[in-house]
Design a protein around this ligand. Sequence first.
Ligand SMILES: [Zn+2]
Length: 112
Amino acid sequence: MNVLPGLYNMGNTCFANSVLQCLSHTRVFREYCRLGKHSKNCFSDIAKYKFVQSVDSFPVEKLERLPAIQAVLSKTTKFCSFCIIESHIRGLLDEKKNGQMQVRPIGIYLLF
Ligand SMILES: [Zn+2]
């Protein structure tokens, strides 16, 4: 199995990062997320927000956009934590293709 990009410690996030790393390197779970099997059948409408899939690769200088993103997400009544994790893992797979070595798991910590 390919090793995915590492996660930056964004300040006291090392414990959560270790859980995310374990999940993203669990073969069956990774494949489930890669294929989007959860979000295809989820009640949530969060998957329609395309920026959720790309938020982890936001350059630091664009972080000021995140409050606006949070504002949009706070209006949804169909928020789903699993969809966020699925998007994160799919994003890691994309970043691996792009040669990215580390990812800031911004989406995980700001969208929950
Ligand atoms: Zn969901």
